[in-house]
Structures are given as C-alpha cells and as structure tokens.
Ligand binder design. Structure first.
Ligand SMILES: Cc1ncc(C[n+]2csc(CCOP(=O)(O)OP(=O)(O)O)c2C)c(N)n1
Ligand SMILES: [Mg+2]
Length: 528
C-alpha cells in the first residue's frame, strides 16, 4: 500500500544521515554521549571517527578549530539540554568565530514527551538561540535527515556559524526515504559598481591604510591582500581582537594591531586619508570610548562577509562580498598615484635574561618553533607581548577566539591539529584560561596528537588585575590563582610535562616539546 521501493523503506534515519555526512565530506564527530544519543551510533560506520570529549565545551571548541582549519562544517553530538547547556559558551564563541558547526543533541522518545520525562529538553530548539543561525526539532522522524541537511547548508552559508538539531532518541531506527545531497553556491560577489568606485578612490588617495580582519583568512584572500597593499603602498593594521591572521606580520608594510579602543584606533589611523577595511567589523570596542570613529578628514571603505556588520557600522561605505573576489575586483582599479613607501613597525628590542617574562617566552617560541607551525593563543595579558615578539608570518598560521570567551584555545588547538596533521600546533595559554577546558588534554593524549601546550603561569588573572586598575579599583577580588600544578594535571591525563622557572632552562624545554610530533607535551612556564 505504501508504494515505496523496499530498499528505500528499509534504510533508517540513521543511514540517511550518515549518507549525508559522507556526501558533505564530514566524517569526524566530536561529542560526549548520553542515553538519548546512543542509538545514533548503533553500527557506527568504520569510515567515521568519533572524538570523545570529557566536557561539552571541549567538544564544541575542538569542532570549531577543526571546522575553521578544514573550511568545512564540524559535527558535534551532545547530550540533551544538559550537554548543550555545558557547551553554550563555546557555541557563543563559534558564532563569533563564524565557525560552521552542525550540533545535534538527543531528545527523549516522542511517545513519552507529554510526561516531561527524565532528560526531557523543553523547547529544545530555542535553548541555543540566539547563538545558532538556525535550530529545529523536526516534526516527524522522517524529517530528521532533511533538517540535518538544512542545518549543514545554513552553517556553511556566509556568514558561517553553528546550527542545531534536536533529535528524539527513537527517530534513529525509523525508516525513511533518502535525502539527495545538493550543491549550493552561497558566496556573495560584491556590487561591481561600488567596488570600482572604491578602486578609483583608493588609487586617487594620498595615504591609504588597510585594516585586515578574519574574513580575509576565512575566504583565503592572503595573496590578494598582500598584492593590493603592495600595489598601493598602504600601511596595514590588524583589526582589533581578530580571531585569525590576515597579513604577514614581518612585512615592511605591516604597521601592527589596532587596540579595541575607539580613541586609540583614531590615534593609530591619524594621517591617513583613506581607510580600507578588509573583512573586519568597524571596529570592535572592548572599552567605552567617545568622539569620532575615524580620524577627521578620512574616508572609510569596508568589504565584509557579514551583512549585519555592514548594517551596524557607524561610518563609511560597505560592500558585502566574499573577500577573495572582492579584493580581486578592487585590484582592477586605475594605476595608483605615486606614493612614498610608508614606515612599518618598529622592531621590538631583543630580550635576554635573567628575568623570565612572557615577552621573553614569546621571543623564544618565535625563534625555536618549527617552520610552518600554527599558533593557537588564549593568553589575555600576554597578547601584546606575543604581537611584539612572535610575528605570525604564514597564512592560516594563527587562531584565537573572536568572542573573548575563555576555554576555547586549548580544545581549539586539538581541532586544528586534527585538521592539519602535518603541522606542529602550539597552544599558548594563560594559566587561568587553560583551566576552563583542561579536560581537553586527555583527548589530545588519547589521539596521540603532537600539540605543544605552553602554560603561561603568572598565578593570576592578570588581564582582570589590569582592568581593575582601569576602573580605579583599590583591590580586584577573584583574580589570584595559587596552587595549581599544571604538570600534575597533564601527567594525570597521560601527557608528558615539564616545568620551567628559569630563563636558561626555557630553550631546552621548548626544543624537546617542539620536536615531539607523536605525542602532546605541556610546558609550564612560571613568568615573573
Ligand atoms: C568564560 C570567561 N570567563 C571569564 C572571563 C573574564 N576574563 C577575561 S581575561 C581573564 C583572565 C584570564 O587569565 P589567564 O588565562 O591566566 O591570563 P592572564 O590574564 O593572566 O594573562 C578572565 C577571567 C572570560 N573572558 N571568559
Ligand atoms: Mg594568568
């Protein structure tokens, strides 16, 4: 009576969903399971990999690093409302990172939902909003594969980001029809007329400055930005709190990093008559500021991948576009007017002992790290030291969270390492930051990933001590972190670890850790 072909009715929701994952080229699932998730993994296919995280923030942040580094959506499976709840800080960060994720969480069986059963997720699809682009609990089991397909396509559409599907536990074994994987072209090509106007203005201006942000890296526009900056002899600034690197930081045109502070941004950009922002919000402020957003007399043009950013930007002309094609289109402009090459960054003086500062650590990491190694950073008060002493020179060579939410860096480094198995990944982590997701070390050990975790041990939340001063506090409560032994925490999870507290012991410890490509290592560095 059904009229269905027997082979289509025999396949289950689970079969259909795994077929889709295969078609999407996503065969790694990050997760932490519970009773309501287990049936999804019945007869787990041998061509898939399940990466177990011991806490849900770890699962989402690993998937985030993996998704950014592979440029494909990361799959995550979490346990009902409780597992999703644990992960929400990391979902917020993935949203800000524009990391495409498909997060699936279990729901109780449909037949007992009226009785508010144990582990029932109430209004499941609403729970992760507004930090998912789309979420759904399908009306019928048969609708699950199509919902997951839509979640994937939506996650991958620029601006990319996480999506969520809640799946009742009894859905996986139900039979259903196949869902054809589809091809979607969703990259936006910016308005050619406005782009050619911008190209003309750029060629005609006297002193251009570029501000480069994460979308340059997301859209793989590294060569295009370098070419455009060289053609126009523009000074190039890193956007405030950018989550990615977008320009060689040893390039003579590189001017440094803008602060997340309105008045300081204006001061840095003074003397430029045209500011071209490539793939960044204008601007990311961390503290209150007043007055102008850009220097008097300057014009601002912006190429962004996110229409929302174009809408809320306080000044300037914006084109929503893929950055690679957008910058390419800008390069077609008229011959730039003759300009003298601007002055780049003043190199930081070399440091030596006997002190062991975070700046000295950054300098030695820069000197000893393997060529092509990738830095994943979450060390708030040491970021300036890193900018000064550890230039990032390779495309896709740097990741940090764009949200300011700590707990991302340690697991994200693991995700990046899974995506880029031939490269050394070095995680530079504050002692406080590392503790939000320290269980990630266990996963790194189990996977035998050669990540080096460097813990910058200043025994406090130094960034907050600095903020206390900014706010004029006499004493900043809740900021000291005595009595944490990171080597013990690492060894207890199967990771080799060394503690360094003298400047002359640092190089050996770093060299040994960097040389180990078969296993993770941790170096705890006590800084003054
Ligand atoms: C999830 C989360 N909780 C709290 C904060 C507030 N916060 C910002 S910086 C910071 C200190 C981080 O300490 P550590 O990693 O040791 O770096 P340090 O400041 O010492 O350089 C904290 C707690 C945050 N950004 N994210
Ligand atoms: Mg600290």
């Amino acid at each position: 009576m059904s009229g269905h072909h027997p082979s289509t009715t025999q396949a289950t929701v689970r079969d259909r969903v795994f077929e889709l994952f295969r078609a999407f080229g996503t065969t790694t699932i990050f997760g932490n399971p519970g009773s309501t998730e287990l049936p999804m993994f019945r007869d787990f296919p041998p061509d898939f990999r399940y990466v177990l995280a011991l806490q849900e923030m770890v699962a989402v942040s690993m998937a985030d690093g993996y998704a950014q580094a592979t440029r494909n959506a990361g799959l995550v499976n979490l346990h009902s409302a409780t597992g999703l709840g644990h992960s929400l800080g990391a979902v917020f960060t993935a949203y800000k990172n524009q990391a495409p994720l498909v997060i699936i969480a279990g729901q109780q069986a449909r037949s007992i939902l009226p009785f508010e059963p144990f582990l029932f997720a109430e209004r499941a699809a609403e729970f992760p909003r507004p930090y998912v682009k789309w979420s759904c609990e399908p009306a019928r089991a048969e609708d699950v594969p199509a919902a997951i397909a839509r979640a994937y396509y939506t996650a991958m559409q620029p601006p990319r980001g996480p999506t969520f599907v809640s799946v009742p536990v009894d859905d996986w074994d139900r039979s259903c029809d196949p869902v054809e994987p589809r091809r979607l072209a969703t990259a936006v090509r910016g308005d050619p007329l406005l782009l050619s106007e911008m190209a003309e203005a750029l060629s005609g201006c006297a002193r251009p400055a570029f501000v480069v942000g994460a979308a340059v890296a997301r859209d793989d526009a590294w060569d295009e930005v370098v070419g455009l900056a060289e053609r126009h002899r523009a000074r190039v600034w890193g956007a405030p709190n950018s989550g990615r690197n977008s320009f060689p930081e040893d390039h003579p045109l590189f001017a440094g990093f803008l602060a997340a502070d309105r008045e300081k941004i204006v001061a840095s950009l003074t003397s430029h008559d045209l500011i071209l922002v490539l793939g960044a919000p204008v601007f990311t402020y961390h503290v209150q500021g007043f007055g102008r957003h850009i220097p008097e007399g300057a014009r601002l043009f912006q190429l962004v991948d996110d229409p929302a950013v174009a809408a809320w930007a306080p000044v300037g002309t914006a084109v929503v576009t893929n950055l690679k094609t957008g910058i390419h289109d800008l390069s077609d402009g008229p011959e730039p007017r003759p300009r003298v090459t601007p002055i780049g960054r003043i190199p930081s003086p070399r440091l030596s002992g006997p002190g062991l500062s975070d700046a000295f650590l950054m300098q030695q990491v820069a000197q000893l790290r393997p060529k092509g190694s990738i830095i994943v950073e979450e060390a708030p008060s040491s970021r300036g030291a890193m900018h000064d002493h550890l230039p990032i020179v390779d495309r896709d060579g740097f990741y940090t969270c764009a949200s300011g939410g700590l707990g991302h860096g340690l697991p994200a480094a693991i995700g990046v390492a899974l995506a880029r198995p031939r490269e050394k990944v070095i995680a530079l982590l504050g002692d406080g930051s590392s503790m939000y997701a320290i269980q990630g070390l266990w996963t790194a050990a189990q996977l035998g990933l050669g990540v080096t975790f460097v813990i910058i041990k200043n025994r406090r939340y130094e960034a907050l001590v600095n903020f206390g001063r900014y706010f004029g506090l006499q004493r900043t409560i809740g900021t000291s972190l005595p009595g944490i032994d990171f080597c013990a925490l690492a060894q207890g999870q199967g990771i080799k670890a060394t503690a360094v507290d003298r400047h002359d012991a640092l190089d050996d410890a770093l060299r040994t850790a960097f040389a180990n490509v078969a296993q993770p290592t941790l170096v705890e560095v006590a800084v003054d």
